[in-house]
Design a protein around this ligand. Structure first.
Ligand SMILES: [Zn+2]
Ligand SMILES: [Zn+2]
Length: 259
């Protein structure tokens, strides 16, 4: 039994295929998925999915790549997170790969989310790309980690170095691997996954993007997270059942959800 810790099934290409997606999840023994919010206008749909389906959880947040979108305040995020199916704040973080120029607004938005996480006691879903130094620095400055009174969270779709992973883990964070880890070219990332203890790992699809091998290039969906788990099991030389059980337990511990 697997949990997809990060997907975007509210995006139209997936939302239009919900019956198929749920059937594929059941077929691949994916019991739950966390539908991650990327902006405030889309949030009602994300929340509606979580209310409609018992095995879909949701988050509230505004993605760092969304420039022309309503800016959330701490109070707004705290208010929107006040629902039992909203189990996380995000996705948030920094992305210096997709956007250029003065990105102070991105850093301010990230700080807003960390403040909301500390108030709501709901963990952060952090996206970081070409910005790991500033990401870790702001996490420290705003007290995102458990050592600073925060509730930590997950570094999602991780593609950074072992050093960055260890810095996040030292703050109580988990590291989530997507289908990228299954790509032939991802040798460095595979070395990171091999090094990290299973106790700190989550698995995700980030669907509709980044389908794992053997579906690379196709539209991704939560059911395919089983292939990420299979790959990590092979990499570590452990039974896939162990990866399934441990990553599921990690998800439940981090997001404080019972079975
Ligand atoms: Zn992301
Ligand atoms: Zn995402």
């Amino acid at each position: 039994m697997y949990i997809d810790s990060h997907c975007h099934i509210n995006f139209p290409e997936l939302a239009a295929r919900m019956p198929d997606i749920l059937a594929q999840m059941a077929h691949n023994k994916v019991t739950h998925a966390l539908c991650v919010s990327v902006d405030l206008p889309d949030f009602p749909q994300v929340l509606a999915l979580a209310h409609q389906y018992p095995h879909i959880y949701a988050s509230v947040g505004v993605h760092p790549d969304y420039e022309d979108t309503p800016e959330p305040t701490v109070e707004q995020l705290v208010a929107l997170a006040d629902d039992p199916k909203i189990i996380a704040i995000g996705e948030t973080g920094l992305d210096y790969f997709r956007l250029e120029g003065d990105l102070e607004w991105q850093r301010e938005r990230f700080r807003t989310h960390i403040k909301a996480s500390r108030i709501t006691r709901k963990p952060l879903i952090i996206h970081t790309r070409s910005a790991s130094e500033d990401t870790i620095r702001i996490m420290r400055e705003e007290g995102a980690g458990t050592e600073a009174g925060g509730v930590a969270g997950v570094m999602h779709c991780f593609t950074e170095s072992l050093e960055v992973a260890k810095a996040a883990i030292a703050m109580g964070f988990y590291i989530s691997f997507s289908g990228i880890v299954t790509f032939k070219s991802a040798k460095e990332l595979q070395a990171v996954a091999l090094e990290l203890p299973l106790e700190r790992i989550l698995i995700e699809t980030d669907s509709p993007y980044l389908a794992p091998v053997p579906y690379r290039g196709r539209m991704n969906e939560p059911g395919f997270v089983a292939h990420v788990a299979e790959y990590i099991a092979k990499l570590k030389g452990v039974p896939v059942e162990e990866v399934a059980a441990q990553t599921t337990a990690n998800f439940r511990t981090l997001f404080n959800v019972a079975e």
